[in-house]
Ligand binder design. Structure first.
Ligand SMILES: Cc1cc2nc3c(=O)[nH]c(=O)nc-3n(C[C@H](O)[C@H](O)[C@H](O)COP(=O)(O)OP(=O)(O)OC[C@H]3O[C@@H](n4cnc5c(N)ncnc54)[C@H](O)[C@@H]3O)c2cc1C
Length: 386
């Protein structure tokens, strides 16, 4: 049965709870493979299709394209239940597909582009990636250097992208390119099919966490794509990327909070059984206090993320401050919470067999990916007029 607080029964209807059960069942089928997929550094492509069949890859997208046409509370159910897969890499890959690479296509793509890219992505038949970060830097998006030069009805693309999730097997990339002059006013977005001549993939990057997701460098050498694949107006891409980041950061915060709570609850179960000096670990006051402190902070993080969801549902432009705070708060909190959860298991916590050890290394990404904690603070200093 999904873990839903009494007070959240006002938010989540019986239909939401059914949907939660569907996601949970799916996550439970993935969990037994979690360790092996991390060791292999990849997971079967079929998982995208399975998620697509359940409607998880197009929760908020137009029904015309196969989406469910629902709001962010349904995405909350998806993000919170998916943590039970015990594999942050798989979850990240799926969320790049459902919530990072495709929302801009749903919002800005022409019908032709949606039919060609969005509809098969929602079904899980075509894998999507988001290409913003570059070897020269990820934080300063306005400084990106990959160029798209207009040539008749085509753009000719040259440059490279780094850290691209789903990068080794994406069928298309929602790509940020420079179509104009220096700075944020010269950036555009387009859909880039990876079967275009001149495109190549560098080696799969070895990472300390999120190992089952493939992360790669992508190279573009005189790659031609039609101008009609552009998303939104030329040179307006920076603004669209910043808006897209809101959803990306929100879903990252939601998954992070749910993951923290899951691991604290599991640590409590472990600590109830495991004895030291003649009594269960959870009978030591030091652990009791640590656990309730963490549950308190997690509850605060959850309320902040839920408040962000509410604002984002009502008006996406009104949630910048709260989403930025939620990502910052949850990301930083997860470093302390998962450290302590792992500590509870002693030596067992240091083995990859126990999900907590992988969760600890996976969580390290939350303060880096989708905008670092420092970048979140920079945004907040501007919002707060400091
Ligand atoms: C596993 C993984 C998956 C990823 N997936 C994707 C993806 O699918 N698509 C994509 O486009 N990107 C992806 N990224 C890239 C990610 O978004 C960037 O790593 C991130 O934005 C930081 O950029 P950077 O690594 O270039 O660090 P840099 O920008 O070089 O920053 C280095 C350090 O400097 C700090 N810093 C930067 N600016 C400031 C400032 N103004 N004040 C104080 N400190 C500052 C940063 O916080 C950081 O600590 C992924 C990254 C990883 C590790």
């Amino acid at each position: 049965m999904p873990d839903v607080r009494m007070q959240d029964k006002e938010i989540f209807t019986p239909e939401h709870l059914e949907f939660r059960k569907t996601v949970r069942r799916f996550a439970d089928t993935l969990a037994p493979h979690a360790e092996a997929w991390d060791e292999e550094g990849i997971f079967p492509r079929e998982v995208f299709k399975q998620a697509g069949d359940l409607g998880l890859l197009g929760i908020r997208f137009g029904e015309k394209w196969g989406g469910l046409g629902l709001d962010w509370w349904w995405t909350v159910c998806y993000a919170e239940e998916l943590v039970h897969s015990n594999n942050a890499g798989v979850n990240m890959a799926l969320m790049v597909q459902s919530d990072m690479a495709t929302p801009i296509i749903d919002e800005l793509g022409s019908d032709e582009v949606k039919a060609e890219f969005l509809a098969p992505a929602i079904k899980g038949e075509r894998i999507a990636a988001l290409g913003v970060s570059e070897p020269g830097g990820g934080s300063d998006v306005a400084a990106l250097r990959t160029t798209a030069r207009r040539d008749g009805d085509d753009y000719v693309i040259n440059g490279s992208k780094l850290w691209i999730t789903n990068g080794t097997r994406a069928d298309f990339v929602t790509l940020a390119v420079r179509t104009g002059g220096e700075g944020f006013g010269g950036v555009s977005l387009l859909v880039f099919p990876t079967d275009v001549k001149g495109f190549s993939i560098g080696k799969k990057l070895k990472k300390v966490g999120n190992k089952a997701s493939d992360t790669a460098e992508l190279f573009f050498e005189d790659c031609r794509v039609p101008v009609r694949y552009r998303l939104g107006q030329e040179n307006m891409g920076f603004y669209h990327i910043m808006t897209n980041f809101q959803g990306e950061r929100l879903i990252a915060a939601l998954g992070c909070v749910a993951g923290m709570e899951k691991h604290v609850r599991e640590a409590i179960r472990y600590g109830n059984d495991r004895k030291a000096f003649g009594k269960p670990l959870t009978k030591f006051q030091v652990w009791k206090h640590k656990l309730v402190e963490h549950l308190t902070s997690i509850e605060a993080a959850r309320r902040l993320t839920y408040y962000s969801v509410d604002r984002f549902n009502k008006d996406p432009r009104s949630a910048l401050r709260e989403i930025t705070m939620a990502k910052l708060f949850a990301g930083d909190l997860s470093q302390r919470v998962l450290y302590d959860c792992m500590q509870m298991y002693g030596g067992f916590g240091y083995t990859t067999e126990y999900p907590v050890s992988r969760a600890w290394t996976d969580a390290r990404l939350i303060t880096i990916g989708g905008g670092t904690s420092e970048v979140m603070k920079e945004i907040l200093t501007k919002v707060e007029g400091l």
